[in-house]
Ligand binder design. Structure first.
Ligand code: ADP
Ligand code: ASP
Ligand code: MG
Length: 412
């Protein structure tokens, strides 16, 4: 019979200092001694990746992306080596690898590369020698042998992809909270830990701002049916299982509330009200790889209309440049930007079969006298753009309105 194989991923806060690295080492060793083969993926220590980006920003505002990847990938190389040393101290055999060394082949898109293939041979060989294998998260190598990174939070993706190619029993994601909650527990102290959540809901929550898992990693996990256990590296308690949709015992409509802080609103004034104008604007943005999220077109007056949409803040400078040039060409007016907004969303598979959910969300905000600037809905989510200053109050109000608070106020 095949031995049990577990992939464990430890995030930055779990390995923020030497003492924490030693605790992680102990946990890895305990798992190994309980009889499983273990592959460990680690993130860079604490806030290393942010610090490296800050360093680069002091040199240039437009760093070449290849060099950014070269820089960011150093963070994870430090943590794998230190963890391997800590495991040796505990008397087990461990070996650390960069992404390139274990054949994590990606496409060429620097800073958000996609994994194309993983050559598991080296990993399997090391495991067969009885070693604990430690792999640097977040990084790979492209066909030209250049180092690439997998987008922020990309160590989650490394872990899920390794779990897939190694056919692991489970992929454990160790972090600084005890699992996936109904809302970020740092913003909503009454948030409840979910014992299970479906891939679809987790994917939606991650895409809408719940930082606890990288969205792309959930996409891959869903595709290949990899069970994920999100849990705390500071306790032994069970966390949250992310898996195919589970038959709910109760009729749960909304599973979680999320906040996205990195979008900005762009408005083009006086867009001529005739066919083809929206196509003209959004074609140009799409051609430059800019993802437009929410779009609102106001009521036309005197042959023209204001058009607003949101984009990720990092795309704002290029969006502004392009929008101004299109606006000029089509005879529209001024282009303005607004970075004082956030996107608040509710997510839940149960919404498919329930009505009145949107009304309940809007009422919760109305009671708090919070104005909604934009709305978008899909089968399993509703999002509202509101002022940044109201973000956390709105989140708590909506969380409460859907009965998501922990007992004694729980309605579920
Ligand atoms: P790591 O360094 O372990 O990858 P992250 O900072 O990426 O950790 O993710 C964990 C953080 O995600 C938590 O500290 C928490 O504040 C935040 N978070 C946001 N939404 C949620 C949620 N719904 N459930 C749990 N944590 C969440
Ligand atoms: N260190 C990388 C980041 O901060 C990858 C990760 O932590 O998952 O985004
Ligand atoms: Mg993370």
């Amino acid at each position: 019979m095949r031995r049990k194989l577990i992939v464990q991923k430890y995030g930055g806060s779990s390995v923020a200092n030497p003492e924490r690295i030693q605790r992680v080492a102990q946990r890895v060793v305990d798992t190994r001694r309980a009889g499983a083969d273990v592959v460990v993926v680690v993130s860079a220590l604490g806030d290393t990746t942010d610090e490296l980006l800050h360093l680069a920003s002091q040199i240039t505002q437009a760093p070449p992306e290849r060099e950014l990847d070269m820089l960011m990938a150093t963070g994870e190389q430090v943590s794998v080596a230190l963890l391997a040393m800590a495991i040796h101290e505990l008397g087990e055999d461990a070996v650390s690898f960069t992404g390139a060394q274990v054949g994590i082949l990606t496409d060429g898109t620097h800073t958000k590369a996609r994994i194309v293939d993983i050559n598991a041979q080296r990993l399997v060989g090391e495991l067969a020698k009885g070693r604990i294998v430690i792999v640097a998260g977040f990084q790979g190598v492209n066909l030209r042998q250049d180092i690439t990174t997998l987008g922020r939070g990309g160590s989650d993706l490394t872990a899920v992809a390794l779990a897939k190619v190694l056919r692991a029993t489970v992929c454990e994601i160790f972090t600084d909270v005890e699992g996936v909650y109904t809302a970020d527990p740092r913003i909503v102290p009454q948030a409840r830990k979910l014992s299970t959540i479906s891939y679809d809901e987790m994917l939606e929550m991650a895409s809408l701002g719940a930082q606890v898992m990288q969205a792309r990693s959930i996409f891959v996990a869903k595709r290949f049916g990899i069970p994920i256990h999100v849990r705390s590296s500071f306790s032994l308690r069970e966390g949250t299982m992310i898996q195919r949709s589970v038959k709910a015992m109760e009729d749960i409509v909304v599973s979680g509330v999320t906040l996205q802080r990195d979008e900005a609103k762009v408005t083009i004034r006086d867009v001529p009200d005739r066919p083809g104008m929206a196509a003209e604007i959004f074609r140009e943005l799409a051609a430059k790889g800019i993802n437009v999220d929410m779009i609102v077109q106001n009521v036309s007056r005197e042959g023209s209309t204001d058009l607003s949409f949101t984009v990720i803040k990092s795309d704002l400078p290029s969006t502004l440049r392009l929008s101004r040039s299109v606006s000029h060409r089509i005879g529209a007016g001024e282009v303005t930007t607004d970075e004082g907004v956030v996107k608040l969303s509710i997510v839940g598979i149960g919404m498919r079969s329930h009505s009145g959910i949107a009304a309940k969300m809007f009422e919760a905000m109305a009671r708090e006298r919070i104005n909604i600037e934009m709305i978008s809905t899909s089968e399993i989510k509703i999002s509202c753009v509101i002022r940044k200053a109201h973000a956390e109050r709105a989140m708590r109000a909506v969380h409460r309105a859907f009965g998501l608070n922990r007992a004694p106020t729980s309605g579920r």
